[in-house]
Design a protein around this ligand. Structure first.
Ligand code: GLC
Length: 569
């Protein structure tokens, strides 16, 4: 086998990439087409990224300080989970003011600097907008509570009288996604029990009523506010839940059309949002958080005047199994092709168990209703598969998402003491669902013990969630320059992905390489082979190895490994 010197970045031979060796930046190789079609997007969970002021909570100055790290990683954009003022009943997804920054994260001036500096590095900024609900401390909800039933203030939400004697029962049978009923009763002006309000998530997250003109106008204005400040894209939270059947019927008796999921009238909202985005020159992207099993209904969101793309949750949930992954990949590409929307690929995010742990379990498939901790996890196996999954994912056509810490190989922290857990899911299900704290633990940057450089040395508070002592091997410092580390694999892979003309947006051609092997070719003499079988496999003819997730053994690709090959032109 000949090696392609110029492009070779094998695991064993990978060279350390220093922070100054940025591959982002204005001079980075240009991608053809719209940026969001093939971008590598890094998800920043601000609270857990980097703490600049020692209060144990990550913040925007902390992110600014790490921009060189992110640029060197080779990503194209950052997606920030909600960064607005919030009582944090749901980690910022309960927003009290859509036009400011959460004080523990910094100020609006910090956000402006961050956006400007990221742009200087050639990194785009995607922010998270939550249209389904706000915080129960939002001025609109406080005004609604202070107003009479039937008032204009209450009409921005879903207030209803209860059923049963004295209205003591919720208005319908809807259940909160976080557990328990989706309704909470408020007191009337005289202190007696009054109306109920709808909250599909926690009681602190009242659902907004999108039949209200105030609500529509307000969000279009919020979009303009952030586009004016330089945001390049919007991630739309719970995008398919936003509109409701105004009759609020029982779900049991009216399952179809669903009274609050993926309703036809939701599309007019995103058409209006697209018009706002287009008024900024056509480069601002709208990305939906859509969990919609029906392929045809999913694609409706990508009609030319609606959203640009969405997260690919079937891919994330797929078992580590060649047949399952192949069918998800095929279906994804088939769904997106007719509407010319780019596919996206995501392995982890702030709502799911980290994939190193998922892939180390006996059952590697995942579902939001199956977040079950305490099952045996083989971390070595999970890490090996996560490495293979990264190369498979980055070679697929479309855009990719990296959740902070994926690049370090962090695993799900399953042993957070109960009294420290913060996720409302854990609380509202009485602990039956462990919730999402385990994937939100602050990043380890350096040093041998917590806080691992997440906070400054003289910090007055520990990280808001405890970090495992074992993460001393997974810090950025420990992994930098280690050719066998996850970080160097990500750096190498993202660098190659940026410069390979065939990667990112485009098409793939499957090659048949035997059972349990995913083998495909991209334009530009690039071939990806992922071996999910239990035996080593012979590589197809090639001119050189660009990158491999595990060392080849006697020229064979071992199980749970992926290789990128240069093939003949
Ligand atoms: C989305 C977010 C999740 C949040 C929920 C309610 O699913 O990803 O973190 O709890 O919406 O806003």
């Amino acid at each position: 086998m000949t090696t392609v010197q110029e492009n070779t970045l094998s695991v064993a031979g990978a060279e350390a990439v220093s922070d100054s060796d940025a591959v982002s930046g204005p001079d980075a190789p240009a991608r053809t087409g719209a940026w969001w079609r093939g971008a590598a997007i890094y998800q920043v969970y601000t609270r857990s990224f980097a703490d600049s002021n020692g209060d144990g909570v990550g913040d925007l100055p902390g992110v600014r300080a790490k921009l060189p790290y992110l640029a060197a990683l080779g990503i194209d954009a950052l997606w920030f989970n909600p960064w607005y003022p919030s009582p944090m009943a749901d980690a910022g997804y309960d927003i009290a003011d859509y036009r400011d920054i959460e004080p523990s994260f910094g100020t609006l001036a910090d956000a402006d600097l961050l956006i400007a500096e990221a742009h200087d590095h050639g990194i785009r900024i995607i922010i998270d907008i939550v249209p389904n609900h706000c915080s129960d401390r939002h001025p609109w909800f406080l005004a609604a509570l202070a107003s009479e039933p039937g008032s204009a203030e209450r009409s921005r939400f879903w207030f209803r009288p209860g059923r049963g004697e004295d209205g003591a029962l919720p208005p319908n049978d809807w259940q909160s996604i976080f557990g328990g009923p989706a309704w909470t009763r408020v007191a009337a002006a005289d202190g007696t029990p009054g109306e109920w309000y709808l909250h599909l998530f926690a009681p602190e997250q009242p659902d907004l009523n999108w039949t209200s003109e105030d609500v529509r106008a307000e969000f279009e204005d919020v979009l303009r506010f952030w586009f004016d400040r330089g945001a390049d894209g919007i991630r739309i939270d719970s995008a398919a839940l936003v509109t409701k059947d105004p009759d609020l019927p029982d779900l049991a008796s009216h399952p179809s059309p669903h009274p609050y999921e993926d309703r036809d009238d939701v599309h007019e909202i995103y058409r209006a949002w697209r018009a706002v985005a287009e008024s900024y020159g056509g480069d601002r992207a709208l990305i939906g958080e859509l969990w919609i099993p029906d392929a045809e209904r999913f694609t409706r969101y990508f009609r030319p005047d609606e959203l640009h793309s969405a997260f690919n949750f079937p891919y994330l949930c797929s078992a580590w199994d060649a047949a399952c992954l192949r069918s998800v990949i095929d279906e994804t590409l088939a769904i997106h092709a007719p509407v010319d929307a780019p596919a996206t690929w995501v392995l982890s995010n702030h709502d799911v168990d980290r994939h190193v742990s998922r892939y180390g379990r006996a059952d590697t498939s995942f579902g939001l209703d199956r977040r079950e901790h305490g099952r045996p996890v083989d971390l070595d196996l999970g890490t090996r598969r996560a490495r293979a999954a990264a190369l498979l994912t980055f070679a697929l056509p479309g855009a990719v998402y990296v959740y902070q810490g994926d690049e370090l190989g962090l695993w799900e922290v399953e042993d957070i003491p109960s009294q420290l857990r913060q996720d409302p899911i854990w609380r509202r299900t009485g602990g039956a669902d462990p919730g999402r704290d385990g994937c939100r633990v602050p990043l380890p940057w350096s040093g041998a013990q917590p806080p691992f450089g997440f906070s400054p040395d003289d910090a007055q508070a520990g990280p808001w969630l405890p970090q495992p002592a074992l993460w001393s091997d997974l810090t950025v410092e420990a992994e930098s320059g280690d050719p066998g580390s996850m970080l160097e694999l990500y750096r190498a892979a993202l660098r190659i992905r940026r410069r390979e003309p065939g990667l990112g947006d485009g098409a793939l051609t499957w090659m048949e390489s035997g059972e349990s092997v995913l083998d495909f070719v991209r334009d530009g003499r690039f071939r990806c082979v992922a071996n999910l079988s239990s035996d080593a496999v012979v590589l197809p003819a090639h001119d050189g190895v660009l990158l491999q997730s595990t060392d080849l053994v006697d020229g064979l690709l071992p199980p749970d490994a992926t290789v990128w090959l240069r093939i003949g032109g």
